[in-house]
Design a binder for this molecule. Structure first.
Ligand code: UT7
Length: 334
């Protein structure tokens, strides 16, 4: 019987895509009862990017462009991939998966392809799954893309959610490496499904939690109990990072970047404050892109990668929380 040779995982390239169209706080204030000052103070967001359907832009297009740029960065073609994992809550259809259509657009067949739904944790979950599949010895190269077009899933007149979200894709190409210490050295994927009514997208009125008053926003758009999710996120961010550090025996000084889901600047700053994370190690782009759900962590990763802020030999931590409610981390030796 052949003996399995232990292997590691290398990030061969990163990519991202955002639509050109900007939606500023002033644009939103002209559409609903809100203000630039309220949005900036409560969330840290100045503007976000949104799809322009008049230009033929769609979630599928955005995700495909994100993964295409990651392949370019890695110097690889779609046909070099064994598997495509696409994380999203805003795919156009449930069947086929958008992963299959992204793989087709990039000429990756017969690579396996599947969608993964873990809301804002989608990219971190997908990276963890991809790392484990490569380490299993079954796959050599996996394209991971997290992408959400939240502009298609929020009621544009519902100020409790419309101000928070934007559209983006973030991607990475992971390949087998001979060094078993390279890649994801620690990962967590957690959920507490009992808390699902804090954040969900009902397709029909029968999906609404029994006995709870609905906002009346149209079906197919997000309901969120912002205060509940906020409390959950502040606690989990700290817990997840501290658990990752204590399990790996690493200190804050050993980590070059803490790449956190861009949910709300106050949530990120609270984690920085409580754990003592220095500002130069916590990348923030929520001011320009808002909360892009499954797109957010991959977008940050790519922007840091392209800026030369992540080098081989360094250790980074990816952290996210979101609908489900879910929370997840990955400690990566790059
Ligand atoms: O990615 C994972 C998913 N989501 C999150 O991470 C979101 C987590 N939650 C949050 O980021 C925050 O809860 C929000 C940004 C959504 C809301 O901020 P908040 O500080 O929790 O505001 P709030 O819901 O407690 O509302 C405070 C006040 C309320 O008025 P009253 O009752 O005090 O008179 C709201 O009606 O602000 C009002 N309000 C607004 N005012 C102007 C709520 N939304 C708006 C708005 N503009 N857009």
């Amino acid at each position: 019987m052949a003996t399995q040779v232990p292997c590691g995982v290398r990030i061969a390239g990163c990519g991202s895509a955002v639509p050109e169209k900007r939606l500023t706080n002033a644009d939103l204030a002209a559409m609903m009862d809100t203000s630039d000052e309220w949005i900036r103070q409560r969330t840290g967001i100045r503007e976000r990017r949104v799809l322009d359907p008049d230009r033929g832009e769609s979630q599928l297009w955005l995700a495909t462009e994100g993964l295409r740029t990651a392949l370019d960065d890695a110097g690889m073609a779609g046909s070099d991939l064994d598997l495509v994992i696409h994380a999203s809550v805003t795919s156009e259809m449930t069947c086929p998966s958008n992963a299959c259509r992204i793989a087709a657009a990039l000429d990756a067949q017969p690579a396996g392809a599947f969608d993964l739904v873990a809301a804002c944790c989608g990219f971190v979950y997908a990276m963890n799954v991809a790392d484990s599949l490569i380490r299993s010895g079954r796959y050599r190269s996996v394209g991971v893309v997290g992408c959400d077009a939240m502009s298609t899933a929020v009621d544009p007149t519902d100020r409790s959610v419309a101000i928070l979200f934007g559209d983006a894709a973030g991607a990475a190409i992971l390949v087998r490496d001979d060094d078993p210490n390279r890649g994801c050295i620690h990962q967590t994927m957690n959920a507490d499904g009992r808390t699902w009514p804090s954040l969900f997208i009902p397709r029909a009125s029968s999906d609404l939690p029994a006995g709870r008053e609905d906002s009346g926003a149209r079906m197919g758009t997000l309901r969120m109990d912002g205060r509940e999710v906020y409390k959950f996120a502040v606690g989990k961010f700290r817990e997840v990072i501290e658990e990752a550090l204590s399990t790996t025996g690493l200190a804050v000084d050993d980590i070059s970047q803490f790449i956190c889901h861009q949910s709300n600047i106050r949530i990120i700053e609270s984690a920085m404050d409580k754990i003592g994370l220095p500002a130069e190690k916590v990348y923030v782009n929520i001011d320009r892109y808002g909360n892009s759900s499954a797109g957010s962590v991959g977008l940050c990763l790519d922007q840091l990668w392209k800026a030369g802020k992540i080098s081989a030999g360094e250790t980074i931590i990816l952290v996210a929380f979101g609908g489900g409610l879910t929370w997840s981390s990955g400690v990566w030796n790059v």
